[in-house]
Structures are given as structure tokens and as C-alpha cells.
Design a protein around this ligand. Structure first.
Ligand code: SF4
Ligand code: SF4
Length: 470
């Protein structure tokens, strides 16, 4: 009898909650969660969504606060313009972010997924709420799904999917505003789609993808598609704090029978924790890849515990060691090592960000040219110089030859002007008296001044023939 029960409890290892034996998807109808954690999550999600929808409208120095224009490879983050030339900063930021996520996951499990990931926030706090509003709770949804196509089913499904499409369209517009800026998006609306066909098609594509994700894919994104979800097994250890069932206290589970001497555990096997789970799993089987730490099962179980007069927290945030040994969380060598590397990376990133120059200069000798013989027995080399103005100001740039002895002659205008957030390319000669040339290749040092202030010292080479001294 006991062994049959164990086999029964181990069966979860052989199947997925949302796939039947033939491989067909089983639709999950999670019961509407309620409880304090769900309320906190709802408020937090409204805050996140509020920030996300308002974000594109916020401007700093008349520029978007956040713009990630991957098409033109131009990024504005908190009012600072970043260009492809800032790749080192971007790589550092990405490394720091990935390490932060790893460290956070090692310590606190998958809280990000359940509380802050846009996929869960939109799914649970927007699309799912609309679904509950129109189709009712889990049982009513199931009934409606199985019912024939009556007028009620048609209007409910029609309204739900219509609203899903509208929400997806709003989200797609917001995402597009982060890419091309809100001003460009307004232009698209004012001028009409015909004049901005490419952007309009991108908008429809985004909308369709979002609709498909929230109307059909749903929990499959967290279970199969998201790489972060797939990495959980590598990051969690026995000290990681995750949503966990206290099996020490809960087992043996079973219905409450009055005066039953056999019954010892607190779990009454009501399965409410399973019914509210958006990924359809049973948290009593232990930490599973499908668990997004949404905490819905904590609320559900706490409600049961209150009803049966037992302490709350049979399902709670806890580590495996915390449950088995009653051990509180402590930093282990792995966590300390991650924290040290994270602090180091973040410090390097901050240093690179603070010392980043407003103007990026690239100096190259014009390819394919050695030197030119000029009048007055002078030798010249031709150079190309490129300026990237990363600010929102106009910049006037001047070049000064430091070494070797010689002069700079601009090919076109003597005045170099770089428009805000633009790139300017100019060519110039370095002229030297032939008599001064002692080597085939001489180091060249040029100082770059912007609005009268030294911003960079560039180095290159000057090539020339060697004239024998008479
Ligand atoms: S097991 Fe609990 S925390 Fe994990 S996804 Fe299901 S309801 Fe959310
Ligand atoms: S909600 Fe609590 S009592 Fe009910 S089955 Fe889940 S763990 Fe057991």
C-alpha cells in the first residue's frame, strides 16, 4: 500500500502537466488566485506596467529617457547617447547584468520570473485578468471550452480575443516607441501607414507575435522557450530560496479525519496549490523547472492552513536546507565569489561610464597612399579622421599637431563642425619639410580640442622618403 503511494507520488517525473500521453497539449485553466501575495504582485505589476507605458513619453533634454534603436544602432539610456563605438561599455553592462541575474537566482531562485518578467506580468496581470472577467473562473472557463458554439460562447470568445488583440497592439506600439522613439511613432499615426509601410508592417508583426504569445503560447514560453528558465537547474542549489513545500511538516499528506491517530502531516491534500498554478505543476513534488515562483500556491495553501487552524507557511519561500535542517540562509563560497566578481564588474563599468568621452575620434592614414611631394620641398601624408558626437550639443573641433614638426592642412573647411548625435568625417594633410624627415616612418601625435578643451590625443604614423643630407 505504502509503495503504491510512493510510486503514485513519483509519477510526476514521467509526464508534463500540460501535455497528454499522445503529446497533445493540455490547456491549463488555473484557478483565480487570491491572497496577500497576489495583491502585492498586482500592485507591483501595475507599477511596472505604468513605468513601461509611460517610459517612451518621458523626455530628458528633449530626448527620450530610454531609446533602443537597434535599426540605426543608437541607444539612449537615462539621457546618455550610446553608439556602436561604446560596445565595450555595452558588453560590460551585459556581463554585469547576466552575473547579477545568476547571483540573484542562486540566492532567491526564480523571483524575477514570477514578479517582474514582462511575460508573466502581462500574462497574469493583464491577459489572464481579462479572461477571468469575461469567461469566469477556471471551472466556468473549462465548461465554456467544452460547450458547443452557442451565441454566448461566440460573443465571449470574440470579445476576449478582440481585447487580447487590442492589448497586444498597445504593447506593440509601446515597444516600437522604445525602438524608434515616441516622436517617430506619432509621425506614423499622423502621416498614416501608407507613408511608413515598413514601420507599420513591423507594428503589425509585433502585435501578432504578442497576441500569439499571450493567447496561445502562455506557460510554454516559461517552460520551453525562455533560456533563463532552462538554466534554472544549473543555478539553484540546496541553499537557494525558492517557493517550496515543507514536506517535513506536510507529510504524510491526507484528508483530515477527526481523531485519526495515523494522520501526522499538515497537508490535507486539497490540491488547491495545484489548481492555482499557472504552469499546472504540483509544488509538493519539489522544486521544478516549470515553477516560476509566482507564489499563487503560497496564498492558496495559507488560506487552507488558516481554515484548519494550522500555522501558515506550509508552502513558503524557503531553501531545501532550511526545510530539512531548519537552517537559515547563509552565504556560501559560491555566492561570495559571484558577489565579488559582480562588484568588480560593476565598478569597472561605472569607471568606464564616468570616464567616457563625449566625442569619439578615429584617426587613420588614408589607405593605399604612401606620401605626396608638395611645393616648397615639402612631403605630405593624407589622413582621415572621424568624430562621433555623443552629446545633444553642437561641437566645434580643432586639431593641433604635437609631433613631429610640421603643419596640418584641412582638405576642405578649416573649421570642423559636428552636429549633435552625429558622425562627421574629414580629411587633412600633415605637411613636413623634406629636410626634417630622418626615418621612413615617424610617429605622429595630434591633439583634438572640442570647444577649446583637449578631449583626446591621437597617434598615427608619417611615412616619407629619406633624403640624404648634402
Ligand atoms: S508551483 Fe506555485 S509558485 Fe510555482 S508556478 Fe506554480 S503556483 Fe507559482
Ligand atoms: S494547498 Fe496546502 S494543504 Fe492543500 S494540497 Fe497544497 S500543500 Fe496540501
Amino acid at each position: 500500500m505504502e509503495s503504491a503511494k510512493i510510486i503514485d507520488q513519483q509519477q510526476f517525473r514521467d509526464k508534463l502537466a500540460n501535455v497528454d500521453r499522445s503529446g497533445k497539449r493540455l490547456w491549463i485553466f488555473p484557478k483565480k488566485p487570491k491572497g496577500p501575495l497576489y495583491n502585492y504582485r498586482t500592485w507591483f505589476s501595475w507599477l511596472l506596467m505604468g513605468l513601461m507605458f509611460v517610459g517612451p513619453w518621458i523626455k530628458f533634454h528633449d530626448k527620450p529617457l530610454l531609446m533602443l534603436n537597434v535599426l540605426d544602432r543608437k541607444f539612449i539610456i537615462f539621457g546618455m547617447v550610446f553608439w556602436p563605438q561604446d560596445l565595450n561599455l555595452f558588453a560590460l553592462l551585459m556581463l554585469t547584468f547576466v552575473l547579477f541575474i545568476i547571483l540573484f537566482t542562486v540566492v532567491f531562485g526564480r523571483v524575477w520570473c514570477g514578479w517582474a518578467c514582462p511575460q508573466t506580468v502581462f500574462m497574469e496581470m493583464l491577459f489572464r485578468k481579462v479572461e477571468y472577467l469575461i469567461e469566469g473562473d477556471a471551472n466556468q472557463q473549462k465548461k465554456l471550452q467544452e460547450a458547443d458554439w452557442t451565441f454566448e460562447k461566440i460573443w465571449k470568445k470574440g470579445l476576449k480575443h478582440g481585447l487580447f488583440w487590442v492589448l497586444s497592439f498597445i504593447i506593440a506600439n509601446t515597444f516600437l516607441a522604445y525602438i524608434i522613439s515616441i516622436d517617430e511613432l506619432k509621425l506614423l499615426v499622423e502621416d498614416g501607414p501608407a507613408r511608413h509601410l515598413g514601420k507599420f508592417m513591423a507594428l503589425i508583426l509585433f502585435t501578432t507575435v504578442f497576441y500569439f504569445v499571450f493567447a496561445r503560447l502562455r506557460e510554454l514560453v516559461c517552460i520551453f522557450i525562455c533560456p533563463y528558465g532552462r538554466l534554472q537547474g544549473l543555478m539553484l542549489d540546496k541553499n537557494s530560496i525558492v517557493v517550496a513545500y515543507d514536506f517535513v511538516r506536510g507529510e504524510p499528506r491526507g484528508r483530515m479525519v477527526k481523531d485519526d491517530p495515523e494522520k501526522k502531516g499538515d497537508c490535507v491534500d486539497c490540491k488547491l496549490c495545484v489548481q492555482v498554478c499557472p504552469t499546472g505543476i504540483d509544488i509538493r513534488n519539489g522544486t521544478q523547472l516549470e515553477c516560476v515562483n509566482c507564489t499563487a500556491c503560497i496564498d492558496a495553501c495559507d488560506e487552507v492552513m488558516v481554515k484548519i487552524n494550522k500555522p501558515k507557511g506550509l508552502v513558503r519561500f524557503a531553501s531545501l536546507n532550511g526545510i530539512t535542517r531548519g537552517k537559515k540562509f547563509s552565504f556560501n563560497p559560491r555566492n561570495i565569489a559571484y558577489s565579488a566578481v559582480l562588484t568588480l564588474l560593476f565598478s569597472v563599468f561605472l569607471f568606464a561610464l564616468i570616464t567616457r568621452s563625449d566625442i569619439e575620434t578615429t584617426l587613420l592614414r588614408t589607405p593605399g597612399m604612401l606620401y605626396q611631394k608638395q611645393e616648397n620641398n615639402q612631403i605630405s601624408n593624407l589622413y582621415n579622421i572621424e568624430f562621433v558626437n555623443k552629446t545633444f550639443k553642437d561641437l566645434d573641433v580643432k586639431l593641433k599637431l604635437i609631433e613631429p614638426k610640421g603643419t596640418i592642412k584641412m582638405v576642405e573647411n578649416d573649421q570642423i563642425h559636428v552636429d549633435p548625435e552625429s558622425v562627421a568625417k574629414v580629411s587633412f594633410f600633415v605637411l613636413r619639410d623634406a629636410a626634417d624627415i630622418q626615418k621612413v616612418s615617424t610617429p605622429v601625435k595630434i591633439e583634438v580640442y572640442s570647444n577649446g578643451e583637449l578631449i583626446e590625443t591621437m597617434k598615427s604614423k608619417f611615412n616619407g622618403p629619406i633624403f640624404k643630407k648634402q
